[in-house]
Design a protein around this ligand. Structure first.
Ligand code: CTP
Length: 219
């Protein structure tokens, strides 16, 4: 049987978020968005209607069935996701959302003064977890996790906490995996199953993830 997603809508988050400190500075991370964009292309090539909510990145989608909503901060990403989630059959949270944001962004550029500067941070909304509370029976939710230790235990905890059906685990212990690489080595964790994959190009990793999502949602 051809493994298509025709008639299905996939909501994806991708890239980093930038949390403003003042008009010229932000807290961010090294996510490039490559993994999320590769997934978007892969789903679109298989016939899905893709809604891609992307943090700051230089990437542009090529497939015409990918609609991008560009956002900057975690709050903006959450607002965009809330609008799109209920109509989507599959949610994939591939964004590297900043866990904390400055309590209040300064409206004016912060001038240098003393030898130390303290910026108070507050927790950002956990987009995957907030959506997990609204997930319906027919919806399938996938998260990502980047761990350095106790990988499987932490991933199992995140599955529960965020009400995910699947977690794609990247280990920082694997050379060639994670940020700034074109390759990735993943393990897919589900409540009852763990599937390990070889180090591959991110485009091929995307195929593996999309294949397994297809198996779980169609087989
Ligand atoms: N995520 C999210 N919103 C956040 C933080 C994370 O939607 N504010 C999503 C990510 O897109 C990813 C998953 O949750 O799919 C795991 O994110 P991660 O940062 O690894 O996990 P945390 O729960 O933030 O735990 P920790 O940073 O303590 O490992």
């Amino acid at each position: 049987m051809e493994k298509t997603f025709s008639g299905k809508t996939v909501l994806l988050t991708a890239g980093p978020t930038y949390e403003a400190i003042d008009p010229v500075r932000f807290i961010g991370n090294h996510s490039t968005g490559k993994m999320g964009f590769a997934l978007a292309e892969c789903f679109a090539a298989r016939g899905a209607n893709v809604k891609l909510v992307a943090g700051p990145t230089n990437l542009k989608p090529t497939h015409t069935s990918i609609a991008v909503t560009p956002v900057t901060s975690a709050d903006e990403m959450y607002a965009a996701v809330q609008k799109l989630a209920s109509d989507a059959d599959i949610w994939v949270f591939a964004a590297a959302v900043a866990d904390y944001k400055p309590k209040a962004a300064s409206l004016k550029k912060i001038k240098k003064s003393g030898d130390e500067l303290t910026i108070e941070l507050v927790k950002n909304v956990d987009i995957a977890a907030a959506l997990g509370k609204l997930k319906k029976e027919h919806q399938f939710s996938v998260g990502f996790a980047l761990e350095t230790d106790n990988e499987n235990t932490n991933a199992q905890e995140k599955l529960k906490k965020k009400n995910l059906d699947m977690i794609v685990l990247n280990s920082l212990n694997d050379p060639g995996a994670g940020f700034k690489h074109d390759t990735n080595k993943i393990t897919i964790i589900e409540p009852e199953t763990t599937t390990a994959f070889e180090l591959k190009q991110k485009t091929e990793v995307a195929q593996d993830i999309v294949n397994l999502i297809w198996e779980r949602t169609h087989a």
